[in-house]
Design a protein around this ligand. Sequence first.
Ligand SMILES: Nc1nc2c(ncn2[C@@H]2O[C@H](COP(=O)(O)OP(=O)(O)O)[C@@H](O)[C@H]2O)c(=O)[nH]1
Ligand SMILES: [Mg+2]
Length: 441
Amino acid sequence: MRGSDLNAPDGAPAEWQKYAKVLRSARERLGNLRIDDPALPFCVAGLARIEAMLLRPVRIAILGETNSGKTSVAGLLLGTGVLPVSVLSNTSVPVLVSHGGEPSLAGINRDGVSVRLDGPEDERLKEGPFSAIALSLPLPWLEEYQIADTPPTSLPAEFTADADIAVWCTVATRAWTESERNLWLSVPARCRNAAILVATHKDSFYSDEDCAQVMRRLGTMTKGLFSEIVIVSAAESGDVAEPGSISSSQDSEELREAIARCADRLRARRLLKSRRIVGRLARISLQAFGRRFIRHEAAATLLQWTRSSGAIVKEYASGQITLEQAVEQLLKLFAETAEDLRPGAIESSARRTSLTSESLTHPRSSAMPFRSVAMVRADLTVVLRMLATTPPGESPERREQRSAARATLVTLAELDGTFAELGTWLTAQAKPENTPSRARQ
Ligand SMILES: Nc1nc2c(ncn2[C@@H]2O[C@H](COP(=O)(O)OP(=O)(O)O)[C@@H](O)[C@H]2O)c(=O)[nH]1
Ligand SMILES: [Mg+2]
């Protein structure tokens, strides 16, 4: 079971995964075009960065006082016997566990250089010349998550800086001491939004009621400081106080679910952020694309558009005209300018919009298509630039490539919603009493 509806049912890709795919195919399409225009590599590089941000594993920092069960909790998450707990529990540096094709152990020295180690018995592990130890394991769970098991510290904030989720371990039988509280409060407050309090040593309780009581007490004492509280038995089976009385695989499942809920929220935020950045990146790229080819006479027309449309935005900003009037005036001016740049452009514009509506799977924001007058102006400017930048004597082949590049950028900028609106509006202009129905305050 997954934490929330942000994730599709098991097996089906989640929204963020689908969007990462959209970005990847757009990037490949743009990269494969044989067009020499600096706007394209700029956009491709930006897309690659955003895609990597979306796909980056969620980083979990496991924190807590000495012997609170941090290393055991890491072991619980990864599965019994996977982590060389006996060795790693003695290190005084963080242990970073991530995904790898085959198990490997390395020391990261002070300069950030990774030194391969022979295994848990390697003497260099104890000597401590490293600033961190990196363990790679071929576990499917690690494709989405990375773990940092942290050493004793008086400064937990140094480990949360890089973390997406913080897991704070506390021993259930003496949970949430004053010193723990002070340590946790020293971590920036923003970490509390994706923080899980894990009470270990659940197996020390004789009854479920004792357990429930501790959970209630922890809930009251740590109110507002964590987004989840979980109680687990984290010991490897040999250490368990009452063998057979607990099921740590169920605990591990519960902890993973709590982590998945935090991760879902994080990924939803990353997705939103990615969409915004991609939209901006694609708009900038569209503006720059073909800039070298702006026709001489078109430059003057564009300049006129810039001035007049700027004046409309100003009038709107100073309250002289309503949003509806502003949008209507912009569209009128746009239609005239477009006709100027390429006679016949407006008539075919409704048809042209269908060119850009490639099959994207994300929901369109139809509620507010015209988010602001300035946005409408910026989007219309992009369209006009396209009309103004047909290089003279361009071969049909090149024209096709250029329009493929534009179509991809338009889709990424999520401009096609605007274009569809434009198409509707322009068609509606045939009937004079119609005004753009979506334009509103
Ligand atoms: N019985 C029991 N022992 C545990 C539990 N969690 C950790 N321990 C033991 O407590 C000791 C300290 O655990 P460790 O994970 O090394 O703590 P760390 O210093 O925070 O990393 C070890 O001997 C563990 O086996 C638990 O849930 N139940
Ligand atoms: Mg430890």
